[in-house]
Design a binder for this molecule. Structure first.
Ligand code: CP3
Length: 349
C-alpha cells in the first residue's frame, strides 16, 4: 500500500476507495484527557506556546480515533499577539483583545512576528516525529478577514462593527488585511518547513458579505497568501475554508489557487459536485450539531455525504468544529463508518 497519506492523495485530486477523515477541533474540550492536560497550563495562550503540551493535545485524538490527519494544536488569534495586540481568553466567554494597534507599527512588526510563533514550529516537528507516516499533519492559520474581525471588535461578535469598518475605512481595512496576509504567509511557510504537510486557512466568518466585498476581503487576501507561500518554495497543498460563504464559495473555488475547498453545513450536493468537476477537492460538511445529537439520523447523513461526494476527490469532515459536549462515542461511530475500522479498540479509556 502507498505510504502517501490519504489526505495528501485526496488533495492531489485522487478519488479514493474511501475518503480521508479528520474533524476540525478534533483536539480540545470534547476529550477528557485534554481537559486534564489543560489544568496544567496557566492559560490557553501559554498552552498554545508550550510545544510539549500542544503536541500532546494534537496527538490525543489521534490515539483515540483512526483519523487520517492531525491538526496542530494552536489558535487563529496567536497572530494578533505576535503583531503586538494584547489577546487573552475570558474563562467561559471566549477571546478578548486589547485596543487595535497602529497599523504602520504592526507592519513593522511583520518581519519579527514569525519568530514569536516559533513554538508552533516546534509543536509541528514533535508531532511529525511521533505520527505514523500514513497520517498527515495539517498546519493552519486564520484568514485575514476573520482575524481582523476579532482585532477590530476585540471579541467574538456579530461582526457589524468590522463590516461597517470595511465600508467606512476601506483603506485602513485594506492596510490591516495586508499586514495579516504578510504575517500569515510567513507563519505558514514556517509551519510547512517544520513539518506541516497541508495548510488550512480558516475563514470562519465569510457570511453576510456582498459579492464585491467578498472578492475584496476574502478572495484577494487568500490568493495573496497562497502566492506568497508558493514564492517561498513551499509546495504543501492548501485547504481554504470560507465558512458561511453560501453560493459565493463557487467564486472562491474558481479564483483562489487552493487544492481543497472546505464546505459548510449548508452546501448542497450539486454545488460540491460542481466544485469537484472544476478540479478541486472538497472537504466537509457534516453538521456538528448532528454529530453531537447522534442516532440513526447521524448514520444516514454520513452515508448520504459519502454517496453524494465520494465519487470525486473528497475529505470527510464537519461543516464547523466539534462542539465541546459531543459524545466521544458519536465521533468514534462516524470515524468507524467512514474508515471501516473498528474504533473501540483505539479508545484511550
Ligand atoms: O483541533 C483543532 O482543530 C486544533 C486547534 C484549534 C483551536 N482553535 C483550539 C482552541 C483550531 C484549528 C482553532 C481555530 C480557531 N480559533 C477558529 C477557526 C475555527 C472556528 O471554530 O471557526 C476560531 C474562530 C478561533 C478563535 C477562538 N479560539 C475562539 C472564538 C475561542 C473561544 C470559543 C471556543 O470555541 O472555545 C477559542 C478558544 C480555543 N481554541 C479553544 C481551543 C481548544 C478552547 C480554549 C480552552 O481550552 O479553554
Amino acid at each position: 500500500m502507498s505510504e502517501t497519506p490519504r489526505l495528501l492523495r485526496a488533495l492531489a485530486g485522487e478519488t479514493l476507495d474511501r475518503p480521508p477523515v479528520w474533524f476540525m477541533r478534533q483536539a480540545g474540550r470534547s476529550l477528557p484527557e485534554y481537559l486534564e492536560l489543560r489544568t496544567r497550563a496557566k492559560d490557553f495562550i501559554s498552552f498554545c506556546h508550550n510545544p510539549e503540551m500542544a503536541a500532546e493535545a494534537t496527538l490525543q485524538p489521534m490515539r483515540r480515533f483512526p483519523m487520517d490527519a492531525a491538526i496542530v494544536f494552536a489558535d487563529i488569534l496567536l497572530i494578533p499577539g505576535a503583531l503586538g495586540q494584547e489577546v487573552w481568553f475570558e474563562a467561559g466567554e471566549g477571546p478578548r483583545l486589547g485596543e487595535l494597534p497602529d497599523i504602520a507599527r504592526m507592519a513593522d512588526a511583520v518581519e519579527g512576528s514569525t519568530a514569536k510563533l516559533s513554538a508552533i514550529g516546534e509543536t509541528l516537528a514533535r508531532v511529525r516525529a511521533e505520527l505514523e507516516p500514513e497520517r498527515a499533519l495539517i498546519g493552519f492559520a486564520g484568514a485575514p478577514w476573520t482575524v481582523a474581525t476579532y482585532m477590530i471588535e476585540g471579541r467574538g461578535s456579530q461582526r457589524e462593527m468590522a463590516r461597517t469598518f470595511a465600508y467606512e475605512q476601506p483603506e485602513k481595512l485594506d492596510a490591516l488585511l495586508q499586514v495579516l496576509v504578510d504575517s500569515t504567509a510567513r507563519y505558514l511557510v514556517m509551519q510547512a518547513k517544520s513539518g506541516a504537510q497541508a495548510l488550512q486557512i480558516f475563514e470562519s466568518w465569510a457570511e453576510g458579505l456582498a459579492e464585491d466585498v467578498f472578492e475584496r476581503i476574502v478572495i484577494r487576501p487568500h490568493r495573496a497568501i497562497v502566492e506568497q507561500v508558493r514564492a517561498a518554495g513551499v509546495t504543501a497543498p492548501f485547504i481554504g475554508f470560507p465558512r458561511g460563504a453560501g453560493a459565493l464559495v463557487e467564486n472562491y473555488a474558481k479564483a483562489v489557487p487552493v487544492q481543497g475547498v472546505g464546505l459548510d453545513t449548508q452546501a448542497s450536493a450539486a454545488m460540491g459536485q460542481r466544485i469537484q468537476a472544476g478540479g478541486k477537492t472538497i472537504q466537509g460538511a457534516l453538521d456538528n450539531l448532528l454529530l453531537r445529537a447522534g442516532g440513526p439520523a447521524l448514520d444516514a447523513r454520513v452515508d448520504a455525504l459519502l454517496e453524494q461526494w465520494g465519487g470525486g476527490p473528497y475529505i470527510f469532515n464537519l461543516g464547523h468544529g466539534v462542539i465541546p459536549d459531543t459524545p466521544i462515542a458519536n465521533i468514534a461511530r462516524v470515524v468507524s463508518r467512514v474508515t471501516g475500522k473498528p474504533v473501540k479498540a483505539m479508545a484511550a479509556e
